[in-house]
Design a protein around this ligand. Sequence first.
Ligand code: HEM
Length: 405
Amino acid sequence: MAQSFPVTRGCPFGPPPEYGRLREEAPLVGADLPGGRVWLVTRHAEAQQVLSDPRISTDPATPGHPMAALSAEPPAPGEKEAGARFRVGQFIDMDPPEHGVYRRMLIPEFSVRRIREMRPAIQEIVDRLIVDMLEQGSSADLVEAFGLAVPSLVICRLLGVPYADRDFFQSRTRTMVGAAFDDRQESMAAAAEIWDYLDGLVAEAEREPGDNLVGRLVTARRESGELSHDALVGMMFLLLVAGHETTANMIPLGVLTLLRDPAQLAGLRADPEGWPSAVEELLRYHSIVDWVAFDRVATEDMEIGGQAVRAGEGIFVLGASANRDPRAFERPDELDVRRGARNHVAFGYGVHQCLGQNLARAELEIAYRTLFARIPNLRVVGEDDELPFKYGGLIFGLHALPVAW
Ligand code: HEM
């Protein structure tokens, strides 16, 4: 019998328990979703193969795309039309060559050098948030006060959102991201407000392009004539969505994981040079995105890991399984902050590999390092089984993390 899917995590520090069995069974396993059957990719080598094969599409409009199979119900009337507005410029859902037109314009904005230049600004944001937390007492919800706030303020800065608009921008972003699966209407309404806001920001840059990301894109577009105004707004929107919830979930989850492992945390405090490697390991260990970004469909008949896959068959790559594959990592279920796990697929692989990965690494490293240095007696209030983990969410993390010092 085929596996049912999706399955949830059984513990906050590991992938769903079924993944280990599925991975040993085969590199590709058939799964029954409410709307049909798809392939699950369980191993690291085949995950990289699928994510880099040009015959495999990520475009939701390609027949057989697996996202549609997640629900047996057709979309509610009007939902498709309402959602269409937010799909313009979303190159994460495009195949080459169209995908490259968009991505290439943004690559210089996320280069190692550009992110290095952003580090003092990220440090300033992190320092300010920690000072605010300390001034407000001796306890806080680390998700609200820190995890959500760091990426939100960093993205404001990246997109050039003026200081006066930050409260509006942050609150709308939170509603859009937080309510995405509980209250779709509220989330869509917040998304529309953000879209309108970004529309204004792009229009302003079109009148007078500044020396910032939006200004540079407007100028590049004028020169190449490749992108419409709406496509630019869509790209800004994608950066906000892709860069926000991911980082916001990783920050508190990483803090909890290290507080539960005092020996490895002490090692990092003693040798801060170890933080970049720890960040990679935490990304591998938690694989918070798991399969949700890895929705693909074969456009030709092919063979993957000895399995025949037909054109039009949907595929989900299980990132959380690939990142625990013993064929790729020694002692994969152990957290080892010194292993230097750069070959993980937590940022994906191939043409869609996370565009913001250098920024995400900088944010996580600065957030963890500074928090543990500035609040040496930081502790979690409550046991793991009392903490509100997002077991049902599409991206794993915590709804709240009560901490005290
Ligand atoms: C811990 C933080 C993050 C994680 C785990 C993460 C994960 C991912 C993954 C797995 C993909 C690949 C999707 C696919 O294969 O279809 C991706 C793509 C992407 N990410 Fe990230 N991401 C993070 C942070 C960020 C940040 C901070 C930004 C920018 C502000 C960003 C922007 C993007 C964009 C634009 C794409 C689409 C790339 C493309 O399709 O060419 N991400 N991310």
